[in-house]
Design a protein around this ligand. Structure first.
Ligand SMILES: *Cc1c(COP(=O)(O)O)cnc(C)c1O
Length: 357
């Protein structure tokens, strides 16, 4: 055992749902069990007649939900004798793969689009000792390269096309039901490569099959306006958005995302970069949770749909905040109000404080 902590990480907590044997070496950083926070300030300020909850998966060990899939993918890679893992990444997959590979004592190779990942995520891969390759291209091109490479070498691919990634990520749906004590009416999340919406839907369905819950939520996915292939119905060759984690033009799990939308009776829609940044700011300033821009797409989308009259009043809505805002402070620093500079004198600070009280 790792510690006396009561939470044992998602594999041990939900072991019946995973393809684990006695031979599987469980590589865990005790991921999961992230906060599900009821957000009344936000709904009051915006006059949203909803029971709104934020599932803050930025509280995972490497700061994003990717850890849920990575604990299983790396455990199975180790079981299968892998010496190295590889991934293409918009940032968080590489951060998580690097952390779990370090924990497992195997090599990580990560391909990232040059200049298009948040500094904090790049630094994570570096500090965990991964081999970091910046490719002069976008995520979709990097993913094509690693897909070819793993055909030639005994390296395990740990992008979400590795089935264990989505298997592990479904644990978030279990937690939402366990924490809420019921099934939400709607579950909203950002959609990039579309693995997570696929994983949640699978998780909810399996929980229902096992009799843990009686009904299912409607799945709501949100893509950034400049990177919305699923909404547009065709790949986007040059995806652009401030939300780099969902800057993806040809999602690997496209088909299963559409399936999640249609089977659940939900929708996949677009939010603009402005709506995303506005939502990020509101979540931080009204509720005290700092998520990264991509994560805020879920809340931005719910606000947008609410204004269109989409929801039944008083519905219970869970939004997943997929990653931690500390990974990507540059954009906030650019647009947020700057600190005031004052002399180191009691009087000038007092004048300032009196003004704002
Ligand atoms: C990976 C990621 C996404 C997108 O998830 P997909 O499974 O690729 O759709 C969204 N937000 C953050 C913070 C991410 O790291």
């Amino acid at each position: 055992m790792d510690t006396k902590s009561t939470w044992k990480g998602i594999i041990r907590e939900y072991i019946d749902f995973f393809p684990i044997t006695e031979k599987t070496p469980i590589v865990t950083l005790l991921e999961g069990n992230t906060p599900l926070v009821c957000v009344n300030n936000l709904t009051k300020k915006l006059n949203l007649n909803l029971n709104l909850y934020l599932k803050f998966d930025g509280a995972n060990p490497s700061g994003s939900f990717k850890d849920r899939g990575m604990t299983l993918a790396i455990s199975k890679a180790l079981e299968e004798g892998a010496k190295a893992v590889i991934c293409a990444s918009t940032g968080n997959t590489s951060a998580s793969a690097s952390a779990y590979a370090a924990r497992a004592g195997i090599k990580a190779i990560v391909l990232i689009p040059e200049g298009k990942i948040a500094t904090g995520k790049l630094v994570q891969a570096m500090v965990h000792g991964a081999f970091v390759i910046q490719v002069k291209g976008n995520f979709d091109q990097a993913l094509n390269i690693v897909r070819e490479l793993v055909k030639e070498y005994p390296i395990t691919l740990v992008n979400s096309i590795n089935p264990y990634r989505i298997e592990g990520q479904k644990s978030a749906a279990f937690e939402v039901c366990d924490q809420l004590g019921r099934v939400p009416d709607y579950h909203a999340l950002p959609v990039g490569n579309a693995g997570n919406i696929t994983a949640y839907w699978r998780g909810y369905k399996e929980y229902k099959e096992k009799g843990k819950i009686q009904n299912l939520p409607k799945m709501l996915g949100f893509q950034a306006a400049g990177a919305a292939p699923i909404v547009l119905g065709h790949p986007v060759e040059k995806p652009e958005t401030v939300a780099t984690a969902i800057r993806i033009g040809n999602p690997a799990s496209w088909r299963t995302a559409v399936q999640a939308r249609d089977e659940s009776g939900g929708t996949i829609d677009i939010v603009t970069d402005e709506e995303i940044l506005e939502a990020q700011k509101m979540i931080a300033s009204y509720e005290g949770i700092f998520c990264e821009p991509a994560s805020a797409a879920s809340v931005a989308g719910v606000i947008k749909l609410y204004k269109q009259g989409y929801f039944k009043e008083n519905s219970t809505v869970v939004c997943t905040l997929t990653g931690n805002g500390l990974k990507d402070p540059d954009i906030v620093f650019k647009i947020a109000e700057k600190p005031v500079a004052l002399p180191a004198e009691l009087n000038s600070v007092r004048d300032f404080v009196e003004k704002i009280l």
